[in-house]
Design a protein around this ligand. Structure first.
Ligand SMILES: Cc1ncc(CN)c(N)n1
Length: 222
C-alpha cells in the first residue's frame, strides 16, 4: 500500500462524513439554500487566498526545478481557474469583487488557514503537502461523486461548480500532490509517517468543519 492509500484509508470515516454532509448533498441534488452557498463562496475565496500562499511556500521548499514547477502550476490553477469560478459565481449572485475580497474570515476559515500555514512554516515539504492534500484531493472526489447524480452537472445554479471540481484539470492538482507525497514518504521512519498522517487527518477534519460552517452560515459568536 502506498503512503497516500494508507492515509486515505485512515481518513475514510471523516471523508465519508463530508460526502454525506447536507451541504455537499445539497449541491449535488440542487437543493442547497442559496444563502448558504453565497456564504460558502465568500469564505472559500478567503480560504483559497491563504491556501495559495501555502502553495507558494511549496515553491520555496521545493528541492528541484520539477517540484518548483509543479507548485507554480498548482498555484496558477488555484488563482486563475478555481478562484475564477468564485469570481464568476459572485458576479452572478450580486457579490462584487471588492466584497468578495473584503469578507472577514469566519472562525473555521481562520482556524483552518492558520493551521495549514503553521504546518507549512514549521515543517518540511512533506508536512506542507500533508496539510494541503485533503483540500485538492477531497474536492475532486466529491466533484466526481456529485457528477454521477442525474442532472447535477446541468443544474442551473450548482452545475458549474460540480463540473469544475469533477474536471480532469482540477483532479490533476491532487494527483500531482499525491505523487509528490508518496515520493517524499519513501525512507521516512514510522514516527515521521505518523506525524504526516496526523496532519492529513486534521485538515480532513477541517474540511468537514468548513462544509458545516457554510451550511449553518456560522460566523463569530460575539
Ligand atoms: C475549504 C476548501 N477546501 C478545499 C477546496 C478545494 N481547493 C476549497 N475550494 N475550499
Amino acid at each position: 500500500m502506498t503512503f497516500s492509500e494508507r492515509i486515505r484509508k485512515t481518513a475514510d470515516p471523516i471523508w465519508k462524513a463530508s460526502h454525506e454532509h447536507p451541504f455537499v448533498q445539497g449541491i449535488g441534488h440542487g437543493t442547497l439554500d442559496i444563502e448558504s452557498f453565497k456564504f460558502f463562496m465568500r469564505q472559500d475565496y478567503k480560504y483559497l487566498i491563504e491556501y495559495s500562499r501555502v502553495m507558494a511556500m511549496g515553491t520555496v521548499l521545493a528541492p528541484d526545478l520539477d517540484t518548483m514547477s509543479g507548485f507554480a502550476k498548482a498555484l496558477d490553477d488555484t488563482l486563475n481557474m478555481e478562484m475564477e469560478l468564485h469570481r464568476s459565481y459572485a458576479e452572478r449572485l450580486g457579490i462584487s469583487r471588492e466584497e468578495l475580497e473584503a469578507t472577514e474570515p469566519g472562525p473555521i476559515t481562520h482556524a483552518y488557514s492558520s493551521y495549514m500555514m503553521a504546518e507549512a512554516q514549521k515543517g518540511s515539504l512533506a508536512e506542507l503537502i500533508a496539510a494541503i492534500l485533503p483540500c485538492a484531493w477531497s474536492y475532486y472526489e466529491i466533484g466526481l461523486e456529485l457528477a454521477t447524480i442525474p442532472g447535477a452537472t446541468e443544474h442551473e445554479q450548482y452545475g458549474e461548480w460540480v463540473r469544475m471540481y469533477a474536471s480532469e484539470e482540477f483532479g490533476a492538482i491532487g494527483d500531482w500532490l499525491i505523487g509528490k507525497l508518496d515520493e517524499l514518504a519513501e525512507g521516512k521512519t514510522e514516527a515521521e509517517l505518523d506525524r504526516l498522517e496526523a496532519i492529513f487527518l486534521n485538515t480532513s477534519r477541517y474540511e468537514y468543519m468548513f462544509w458545516d460552517m457554510a451550511y449553518k452560515q456560522e460566523g463569530w459568536p460575539v
